[in-house]
Design a protein around this ligand. Structure first.
Ligand SMILES: [Zn+2]
Ligand SMILES: [Zn+2]
Length: 573
């Protein structure tokens, strides 16, 4: 019997480790996004290393919290209070979105706070009922930090804390008593919804929810309910996956087409991010030595895309929002390489040494040469007379032909993008533009194999990195699922991998930026390992004198890691 118990304990420990790992895969790459949300006056996100708590000013030194984080000591919350010359005693109210342990851990730190939660969450909070999700297994079925709900809420109930007015809405699904709170124009959704890389609202995570279908239905009902006062809702904020502007993306939930949020309000100001930190690469034989530091070069860039190696070993990349290309030299110093780039995003060099970019200024979506000075020219600005939605990334072949993706994507684009299907295009060396692939949910990063016989396309909203055979005229055939991404989030019909930029090495290995880090695949598409990052990576390139430094950019930061693998020398990227 004793032995049986021990075996059971070991199994449980292994299960816990496995589930914790899965949770990290799903949320690890996304957590920073909520921490960096811009919420308007009086409200700030507080990130405690796993979960984001929102701190709201209620006037007269009083503070209200949305959730209480993942840290039972509440250290990050206390630090943020300290910065306001406040302490735990100033927390007058805590609005719990749901009683998962990453949202209620620090409640006991704030003994003076009134604790609010939806009526249906009370038994879960008080550990009289299990959550009903996979967490129940991990934690022995019940809330590991049981707490007393001092004020159970009805759907639609209004509560006043100091000068702060909070309206509660029931959103059953993620947990039976999940709730959302509307305060000062921000709708705090907890885990009742997630926001994907396309800034679309999707339902709750399949892995950790009690009932995803119910969760989706609740969100749709809430969107309808809020429609008459849509003006009031400036930001939708989730606990782990960032935020998005306006009620539009919630109303568009489950709607048809890739860009249902086209009518959304302007984006909130570029969100500040928590500090980027170094991470450590795992051992991937022939690719990177275990323990190698993934080093932060610098952060605070205004958009980060299009990295590409220069002949002198330096790297350039686009600060898309700043309309500029920035250079990082071999010592990590940065300087401006080019200004007025017409919103350049992806970059490539052609065989004549011209810098070709995908350009994203609304109304001037195009692909063209931007450098050197005097050689600027437009290569493609429409397909059969219709403008592109929002081109994203590109690669130039030996003949000077250009493959590029039109990922649409920017829901805040003004004017809204034309109704173009998302697609992959090829600009032939003779200059005509062919649509070479359609029907990809969201084509993003694009790369050629070293022999230029295979084209790889990342699918941000799909489960697989795609590959195509390239025919003599540059058109594609034999679309196939080349590799399966780790960490794909599935909510109802929607999938999101966050797959973005692509790179290859001299051995034909493929490196994909995704929401869980850099996923490395061999030339046959088998997974070799994942290089983790402290921020979601957007794009990457081998550079340096021997092309053995992998540079990664994302969410305003640039990183580098010393590799064993060498980038492909036959092209700049
Ligand atoms: Zn959570
Ligand atoms: Zn949760």
């Amino acid at each position: 019997m004793k032995r049986f118990l021990r075996i059971t304990a070991i199994s449980v420990a292994m299960l816990v480790a496995l589930l914790a790992g899965t949770f990290w895969m799903l949320f690890g790459g996304l957590q920073a996004q909520s921490a960096g949300l811009a919420l308007g006056a009086g409200a700030e996100p507080v990130y405690d290393g796993f979960s984001t708590v929102f701190m709201l000013d209620a006037g007269n030194g009083q503070v209200a919290l949305i959730d209480a984080g993942n840290d039972t000591a509440g250290t990050a919350i206390l630090d943020a209070l300290g910065k306001r010359n406040a302490s735990a005693d100033n927390v007058a109210a805590i609005f719990i979105t749901h009683a998962h342990p990453d949202h209620d851990a620090a409640i006991a730190v704030f003994p003076r706070a009134t604790v609010y939660a939806m009526q249906a969450e009370v038994p879960v909070a008080e550990a009289k009922e299990p959550y009903g999700s996979v967490f129940s297994w991990v934690t022995g079925r019940f809330n590991p930090h049981p707490f007393q709900v001092t004020h159970p809420l009805e759907d639609g109930e209004k509560v006043t804390v100091g000068n702060l007015e909070v309206t509660a809405f029931a959103l059953p699904g993620h947990t039976p008593g999940s709730g959302a709170y509307l305060a000062q124009g921000v709708l705090y959704l907890g885990d009742a919804a997630m926001i994907n890389s396309g800034q679309q609202v999707i339902g709750p995570s399949k892995a950790f929810s009690n009932d995803t279908e119910q969760g989706l239905a609740s969100l749709k009902r809430l969107a309808e309910e809020l429609q008459p006062r849509a003006e009031e809702v400036k930001v939708l904020a989730t606990a782990h996956t960032g935020g998005v502007a306006g009620l539009g993306p919630l109303a568009a939930l489950g709607g048809p087409g890739p860009a249902p949020a086209a009518a959304a309000a302007p984006a909130p100001a570029a969100a500040p991010q928590p500090p980027a930190t170094n991470t450590v690469a795992p051992d991937i034989p022939g690719v990177v030595a275990g323990g190698t530091t993934v080093e932060v070069i610098k952060e605070g860039f205004d958009g980060t895309e299009g990295p590409i190696g220069m002949p002198d070993g330096s790297l350039i990349f686009t600060e898309t929002a700043a309309n500029r290309i920035t250079r990082i030299d071999r010592d990590g110093n940065t300087s401006t390489f080019l200004e007025n780039t017409n919103g350049s995003n992806g970059l490539a060099f052609d065989s004549r040494g011209r810098l070709v970019s995908v350009q994203t200024v609304p109304g001037q979506m195009r692909v063209g040469v931007i450098y050197p000075q005097g050689s600027e020219t437009v290569l493609a600005e429409n397909y059969e007379g219709t403008a592109f939605a929002r081109p994203n990334d590109l690669v130039v072949d030996k003949e000077g032909g250009v493959y590029f993706t039109d990922a649409g994507l920017n829901p805040n684009q003004n004017p809204p993008p034309p109704p173009m299907p998302l697609a992959v295009y090829y600009i032939t060396p003779a200059g005509s533009t062919l649509r070479v692939a359609e029907g990809i949910e969201r084509p993003n990063g694009v790369q050629l194999s070293p022999d230029e016989r295979t084209l790889y396309v990342n699918n941000s909203d799909g489960e697989y990195l795609l590959a195509f055979d390239i025919q003599a005229d540059g058109t594609l055939r034999n679309r196939r699922n080349f590799a399966r991404y780790e960490g794909v989030i599935r909510a109802g019909e929607r999938l999101t991998s966050g797959a973005d930029g692509l790179a290859i090495d001299a051995q034909g290995r493929v490196y994909a930026c995704t929401q869980v880090g850099i996923q490395v695949f061999n030339a046959q598409g088998q997974p070799l390992g994942i290089i983790p990052l402290s921020r979601g990576p957007q794009n990457l390139a081998f550079a340096g004198p021997d092309k053995k430094t992998l540079y990664i950019v994302g969410r305003g930061a640039a990183f580098k890691v010393q590799m064993l693998a060498q980038g492909y020398m036959g092209r700049a990227k």
